[in-house]
Design a protein around this ligand. Structure first.
Ligand code: ATP
Ligand code: MG
Length: 350
């Protein structure tokens, strides 16, 4: 293996270890409060250290996303769930800050419309799935169907289900249906990255107060948020159940500690980058014939150069090393933006 190849393999293993700390083992029974600490920092001591790690994650994401789009074979669906004020929006904003907006589609799900209620419950989510080559983000998702709908059963009533569909254990059946749907998507080239931003009750209290105290943040606060907070324990158990039943081999859940915003962002970035590394998308190979055809076009373009100019200024710059640090082959280039910080070397938990 080349040196780059073994560095890549090393980086992948480290990232795997980092992301694995957040993963819900398929088949395990989760009790959120007991099993996951919202203030866990995975050995990253300071916010400053975290900022550098996030920069590295954002850079890697941009590179992988370009390859994902060029290959046009796989799609990625990021499922983002959280309680209010856990930082879904900020996480999306920061983690995706470096990627080409054309390759990303963010979909937010609110209370279903009349049209949506006239369909099966997965319909509205299926309509907003990413295409191949895209990263789709569900800001809230089909999991609301076993979370808010479970905590407030009047939502189920509004879904106009026939009586038989409301009998028996509706939630167990929905877990199975969701697992099957996600398996179908995975089997057909769509990888699913499920992130639960795990905030503590106390941190939520403080963030609500902040939204009230800072006038510019008032718009973010809604009285409905406080009503939902009153159902904290019910949400904790609905989440615990959902995580226990829907963390599968093909689409495992990751519980991202979210009491520190900066940590939630590197946690989310790490899991997403790791998935992209597993997909390992490549720019489409160029056949000998295509290459030959390109060279013929190149010759013809060079022949059109005005007198006194370089026939191919780009080639000249490239040769002189003035072409920026980006490697045109699309492979990640170590040190491309000065001092490189390796996300995958972040210390892992003891
Ligand atoms: P933010 O508050 O940051 O803007 P948000 O995701 O909380 O983002 P809101 O408009 O505040 O957006 O809330 C959306 C609401 O829609 C949530 O209370 C959520 O529980 C509710 N919701 C989402 N899906 C469903 C569903 N299938 N059935 C019923 N309610 C749903
Ligand atoms: Mg809200």
């Amino acid at each position: 293996m080349s040196r780059e190849g073994s560095l890549d393999a090393q980086r992948r293993r480290r990232l795997e270890r980092f992301a694995a700390q957040f993963r819900v083992k398929p088949g395990s029974t989760v009790a959120l409060a007991k099993d996951f600490d919202p203030s866990f920092k995975a050995g990253v001591k300071k916010k400053k250290e975290g900022v550098a790690l996030l920069e590295e994650g954002v850079r890697l994401l941009a590179e992988y996303q370009a390859r994902l789009a060029a290959q046009d074979t796989w799609g990625v669906l990021v499922v983002l769930q959280a309680l209010d004020a856990a930082g879904k929006d900020g996480t999306i904003r920061h983690v995706m800050s470096g990627v080409n907006p054309q390759g990303v589609a963010v979909r937010s799900f609110k209370v279903p419309s009349a049209e949506e209620l006239d369909h099966d419950y997965l319909w509205r989510y299926a309509r907003r799935l990413p295409a191949r080559g895209q990263i789709g983000i569900f800001n809230r998702s089909h999991y609301e169907e076993v979370l808010v709908v479970r905590v407030h059963p009047e939502n189920l009533e509004r879904q106009k289900l026939p009586r038989a569909s409301k009998q028996g254990d509706v939630w167990k059946r929905r877990y199975r249906e969701i697992n099957d749907w996600e398996r179908y998507l995975t089997d057909n080239g769509f990888r699913i990255v499920k992130l639960f931003l795990n905030i503590s009750r106390e941190e939520q209290r403080v963030r609500f107060l902040r939204r009230i105290d800072l006038p510019d943040h008032n718009w973010k606060f809604s009285e409905a948020d406080v009503k939902e907070r009153a159902r904290w324990d019910d949400y904790q158990s609905a989440f615990s159940e959902a995580l226990s039943h829907t963390s599968t081999k093909w689409a495992p859940w990751h519980v991202i500690p979210a009491d520190r915003k900066w940590f939630a962002r590197i946690g989310a970035a790490a899991v997403l980058v790791h998935t992209l590394m597993e997909i390992d998308p490549h720019f489409p190979p160029v056949t000998k014939r295509q290459r030959q055809a390109l060279l013929e076009v190149k010759q013809s373009l060079e022949a059109q150069a005005p007198k006194g100019t370089a026939p191919d200024p780009f080639e000249q710059q490239h040769r002189d090393g003035k072409d920026g640090a980006a490697d045109r082959s699309g492979e990640p280039v170590a040190g491309a933006r000065g001092e490189e910080v390796d996300l995958s070397t972040a210390p892992s938990a003891p």
